[in-house]
Design a protein around this ligand. Sequence first.
Ligand SMILES: Nc1ncnc2c1ncn2[C@@H]1O[C@H](COP(=O)(O)OP(=O)(O)O)[C@@H](O)[C@H]1O
Ligand SMILES: [Mg+2]
Length: 227
Amino acid sequence: MYVISLLAQKGGSGKTTLAECLAVAATQDGKLAAILDMDPQGTARSWKQRRGADDPAVISMTMANLDEELVRARDAGADMVFIDTPARLSDWAMEAARVSDLVIVPSRATVKDLERVEASIKLATVYAIRPVFVVLTQVRPCGDRHVQAEQFITAKRFPVCPAQIGDRVSYQDSDVAGLTPLETEPAGKGADEMRRVYRFTRELLSQLQTKKANHEQAGEKSDRRAG
Ligand SMILES: Nc1ncnc2c1ncn2[C@@H]1O[C@H](COP(=O)(O)OP(=O)(O)O)[C@@H](O)[C@H]1O
Ligand SMILES: [Mg+2]
């Protein structure tokens, strides 16, 4: 089971939307996906209540029962768990990062959002160095602000997702019925960009798994030599 946190020290950057869309993309990819809603505002939970479909499951939780809910998700056979974190409770976000294989930091291409990216990455790596990438969201079709934003992030050597999320009414329209553009407009641009972010996430996770397996194999070999 993979655990992926959506973390950004800025409200409205698209954490919940990404958690919902990535969980739906995983479901459409045949995976058993769940969202752990750590935000006391319960935005993902309300989305689920408006939604008719069973999948993905959305579980409301706090920092106190995070480990317990992860065990429950693993026992239930979940393949991918997405943790939606609150912008303001940094100790909760740190806990989410602690238990994650990968942290995704969404950011709009505004100065105020970009200024918070570094703080979000620091939070994500407080407990351990772990893979993190930034994804630009709510990108406007005109102007070059997103290009400058990407340059700003790469200059700081933070990994950036090659796919960006556009500013589209389809996110807000599908939200009304607890859906995502992947379901309401599967051939549209919103669905396409979310599938690209999902594929990038999957690729990173499988690279991580390969690295881990190689590392373990090397460890076993040196143990055998020492023995
Ligand atoms: N790519 C997008 N295009 C248009 N609206 C978006 C997009 N992503 C999010 N929104 C809208 O912006 C608001 C904040 O998004 P949300 O995902 O709740 O952010 P966060 O969880 O980081 O606070 C919501 O009303 C959502 O529908
Ligand atoms: Mg949110």
